[in-house]
Design a protein around this ligand. Sequence first.
Ligand code: FAD
Length: 586
Amino acid sequence: MTPDIATLAPSAPAAPPTHPVPDAHGANLYADDTELQALLPLYLPADLCAHLQAPLQRLGALAGGVLDTLALSADKNPPTLEHRTRTGIDAQRIVKHPAYIELERVAFADYGLAAMSHRGGVLGWDQAMPAAAKYALSYLFVQAEFGLCCPLSMTDSLTRTLRKFGTPELVERHLPRLTTQVFDDLWQGSMFMTEQGAGSDVGATTTRAEPDGDAYRLHGDKWFCSNPDAGLSMVLARIDGAPAGLKGISLFLLPRVLPDGSANAYRILRLKDKLGTRSMASGEIRLEGARAWLVGEAGRGFNHMADMINNSRLSNGMRAAGLMRRAYGEALHVARHREAFARRLIDLPLMRRQLLKLLLPTEQARTMLFQTADALRRSDAGEPGAYALTRILTPLIKFRACRDARKVTGDAMEVRGGCGYIEEWSDPRLVRDAHLGSIWEGTSNIVALDVIRAIRREGALPVLENHLRGLMADTPLHPQARTIFGQSLGRALTLAAQVAEAHGRSDSAARQAATGLYHATTAIAMAWEAGRTNSARRMRIAQLVLQQRLMPQDPLAMADEPAWLAQLLEPPAQAPREAVDSIDLF
Ligand SMILES: Cc1cc2nc3c(=O)[nH]c(=O)nc-3n(C[C@H](O)[C@H](O)[C@H](O)COP(=O)(O)OP(=O)(O)OC[C@H]3O[C@@H](n4cnc5c(N)ncnc54)[C@H](O)[C@@H]3O)c2cc1C
């Protein structure tokens, strides 16, 4: 692996530590994140965790330096669509900025982020890696570049869905292209579902699939298509004569180039002018009799696509977690190095309170990411109950972490003051990108309703409860804290059960119920992590989540700063050693 890209995009020199405008550029985002280093052994086998330390260190350095420079450049130079060659031949092409192509090369080729779940041999590891490994690396990458993480996730997710539901012949034909690390041979993935009249309401899909020998010909318009020039796309369409609604929808694999080398019959009509993810192309597609191959069973397309969507939703949660970590890291750096009124910002009590508000959701999302990734690993291994657990954790992280990322990135921008609003810094990009997470792959409402569906259809609530009570039993907790953890979990479960049992009559409470489950889950899992890593600091964060998110609050009660708060903002290693089960904030 040779991420020798520094020569192509030299990083700007970081400001000296004494400069009045602090700049974290050049930081190693892994080396600086000692909490991540402490957590990974809980979620990865020891040998793999040790093996990944070098790639994580390298990627952390790249993400804090050269990748960030490339991402800034790619964001300012969005892709364009060309329709003809200079000799007048009709041949559509998306022209990507060299900075974006370099980012693609690092993610797909050097680090194999889209391949590592599907085969051995990536980063010198002879087996496919568990989801937690992929997400640990991607969590660093996304802190530099968000837009590209969509094509990365779609390539990874398309490969997963194809392997699960495609015919052996279809898999054999395409797997090498999807998982190669030879950049010029790679075919990326995409998914074309959304139509003008069918976004959340996928059952309204009108794209037609006309049988044609061993394949089908697709006709119709797709309204939102990210990575529209991908080599392979998963497309939802209705086979001629199929019933209306979701039951009539099938899933198809659409290659950009047909087996005989000719271009498939679809066009990119135009590219979208987007608020965020400006580095990556999203377009509109017209299918004009394009040849596509059925994936899985006819009429079960939505069901099969749900597998791809869920994998993408987890990736979305990971991206939100990464955006928050970047935003928090930047804010912390500014607070430690910027001075006002002859004091460091971090020494001002009101600033510490502001930073704490960034820290809690950032840590919640990280814990939820690794909990969900581990549930997915166990589900794929066929462990009883793990499917239902994954099925509920996935929409929970997609819903809440993506919403939290909007606020955290916005509030972190304010910590930098006026510079935070200037496009030379990472903050505006993070804010713009963060807003997309809650919209694509299911809006907040749709994903919150999916949490309720997972409870109703998969019986996910008792599985989640078992999981969380198991974690609590495995955690050294102060007796009073244990009681409060148990009570809070009970209340969150009761609300979610009530909403699910109301069969649609209480849908207006779906977001409230999902939020409650998210807070209870992250607080308990974080307390478990605290016990496993012997971190009183993490235990305090876990208890703060309960206290501030699930327990009744008096908005007019005086909020004095506890003596230990400053410790939460210091590197964990500097926190005084305290027994985890001595912590009780209640
Ligand atoms: C930049 C970008 C890239 C995208 N890339 C892709 C892509 O690659 N492939 C793809 O297929 N799609 C893609 N999308 C589409 C995206 O997934 C959809 O926009 C999204 O699912 C919402 O669908 P819609 O736009 O039709 O909105 P609608 O479905 O019309 O929703 C409008 C509003 O109604 C609400 N709503 C809908 N149903 C309910 C309900 N039952 N209860 C309560 N509220 C409800 C929604 O929450 C939303 O707030 C992309 C979108 C964007 C912005």
